[in-house]
Design a protein around this ligand. Structure first.
Ligand SMILES: [Zn+2]
Length: 232
């Protein structure tokens, strides 16, 4: 899979002032990466195909963000199964070269999310699939005493980095669990479980010492160096 390709944004949140945090986060990651290449960003908003419902008013597969959410929703838990929705993004017909072709998807939704059958934790805030897609739930980040803009920016930056394969698994200090692999340093790629507290800490670090530690910054720059060489 290529590394440089369009990044498609989608959300299902309607009018929402914090949305600009997504663009802000993308810009900061690209600035940190020092890449000279362009990553075209396309905003599909609350994506719905002109024909998104069938004759029975049913949601047609892949034709709306409503379908991606509904298809992955556990009615028992009233939470979205993050593995299932990421699988839908990975297998969607739009990836065909005759359609949109290869791209990244970044979807921000209001529904709560969990880690699929057998999940050890009650919820997850964000999850990425390498070089394919990332999904973020704002459900736990929007609290009355929190900073929804800053938390969302932190989480978008995190999931973009995870989607780009950071931190590099060849590093000896990187550790993995059922959810992914993480950096042990003071860095936004540390594990985060308890919302909004952990996002509050990550955001504080991002604002005081910078988003990424030296090792992760190297990983990010290497990713874009390899990406720039793709076209050769
Ligand atoms: Zn790090």
């Amino acid at each position: 899979m290529r590394k440089i390709k369009p990044l498609n944004l989608m959300d299902n949140k309607g009018f929402w002032p914090e949305k600009i945090a997504i663009v802000d986060a993308i810009r900061e990651v690209l600035t940190l990466s020092e890449c000279t290449c362009s990553l075209p960003v396309r905003d599909y908003g609350h994506y719905r195909d002109p024909e998104w419902r069938g004759e029975e008013n049913d949601l047609l597969p892949y034709r709306s963000v409503d379908w991606y959410v509904y298809d992955a929703l556990s009615e028992k838990r009233m939470q979205v199964d993050c593995r299932r929705i990421l699988k839908s993004f990975a297998e969607e017909p739009w990836r065909d070269e005759k359609m949109l072709g290869d791209h990244y998807d970044l979807f921000v939704m209001q529904e709560d999310m969990f880690n699929g059958a057998g999940a050890q934790r009650d919820y997850v805030v964000g999850r990425a699939r390498g070089l394919t897609a990332a999904v973020i739930s704002t459900h736990r980040l929007e609290t009355m005493w929190g900073m929804p803009y800053s938390y969302l920016k932190t989480e978008v930056m995190r999931q973009l980095c995870f989607m780009f394969g950071l931190p590099n698994m060849d590093r000896e200090d990187v550790h993995a669990d059922e959810n992914g692999h993480y950096c042990p340093n003071r860095c936004i790629l540390r594990p985060a479980h308890v919302a909004p507290d952990d996002w509050d800490r990550l955001t504080e670090d991002r604002l005081t010492t910078g988003a990424l530690c030296g090792s992760c910054l190297d990983d990010l720059r290497r990713f874009f160096e390899q990406a720039a060489a793709e076209g050769d």
